[in-house]
Ligand binder design. Sequence first.
Ligand code: CP
Ligand code: NVA
Length: 336
Amino acid sequence: PAPPGIPHYLTHADLSAKEIYNLLTLAIQHKYNVKYLNKSSGAPLAGKTLAVMFSKRSTRTRVATESAVAYLGGQPMFLGSQDIQLGVNESLLDTAKVVSSMVDGIMARVGSHSDIETLAKYSTVPVINALSAKYHPTQILADLMTLHEIYGPQPSSSSSYVAHQTHPSKTLPGLRVAWVGDGNNILHSMMATFPKLGVHLNVATPRGYEPDEEIVRYAQTEAGKTNTDLNFSFDPKDAIKNADVIVTDTWISMGQEEEKAQRIKDFAGYRVTSQMAKEGGAKSDWKFLHCLPRKQEEVSDEVFYSPRSFVFQEAENRKWTILAVIDALMVKKSFD
Ligand code: CP
Ligand code: NVA
C-alpha cells in the first residue's frame, strides 16, 4: 500500500468544507492571475509529469488537465485505453506501482470507482479522480466556482474579475439547487459536497434511478450537521420549487449506451424547459447548469442557450478548478 500522507482526490466525502473552500479560493486566484493579470506560474512543475490515464472519452477534463499542467510548467502524459494496459492485460495494482514509480501524479478516468481506489491505494504519488461511475468531484468544484461567480459581486468591467474578493463561504450557503435527472456520478458528487457547505439540494429522479443509498445516508448526516435541506422526490416539480439553480446531466452516461431506448422512456417528463421551471415554481431568476456533454433530450435549446444558462462558463471553470487541484496535490502537497 501507498505510504501514508500522500494526498489523493477521489471524492469530496474525504474532504472538509474548509479544504473544499481552499481549492475554490485557489481556483479563483489562478483564474484571476492568468486571465486578468497575464501572470506566469513560475513553472513549479518544471521537469514533473502527470500521467493522464483515461479509459473513457473526454473533452473538458482532458483539455483542462493538459493545459493546466502546461501552465504549471509540467508535462501531461495522456494514456488512453488503447495505449496502456489499464486494467486490461495487467492488474491495476501492478499498473499503479509501475506508473507511479516514474511520474509525479496520476489523473485517471475510470469505470468502476473501485478502480480509482485501487490506483490510489498502490500509487506512490497523488491520484486525482477525473470521473468514475460513482463520482466526478472536479466537476462539482467547477459548479461551485460558477455559482460563486453568479451570486458573488459582479465585475464592473470585463477586465476586472472581482469575484475572488468575496470568499465563497459567504456566497454559497443558503442557495437552493434542484437536480432533475439521473441518480448518477454528478448527483453523487453534489450530494457529497453541497450539504457539507450549507447549499440546499432538492433531488428528483425517476423511480429506479435513485442515487446510491450509502451516499444518501452520508449526505443526510452532513445535512443534519449543517442544518441544510436535502429532499428527494420522483416528481421534478417538487425539486424545482423555490430553486435558485436547476441542474441536469445526460440521461445516458458513458457505458450505458445500450440502455438508451429504455432510459429515454423512463425519463419522460424530466426534460428541463422554461415551462417546467415556471410550473414547478422555481425562483423567477433561476439559473441553469449542466456539466456537458449535453444531449437534446434532457434540456430544451430555449433553456440551454438562454441567458439563464451558465454552462459554458461552468465548462471553462473546469480548467481553473482542475488547475487548483493539481496545484494543491503536486505543488503544495496538501489541501490546507
Ligand atoms: N464534464 C465533463 O467531464 O466533460 P468531459 O467528459 O468532456 O471531460
Ligand atoms: N454522467 C456523465 C458525466 C459526463 C461528464 C457520464 O458519466 O458519462
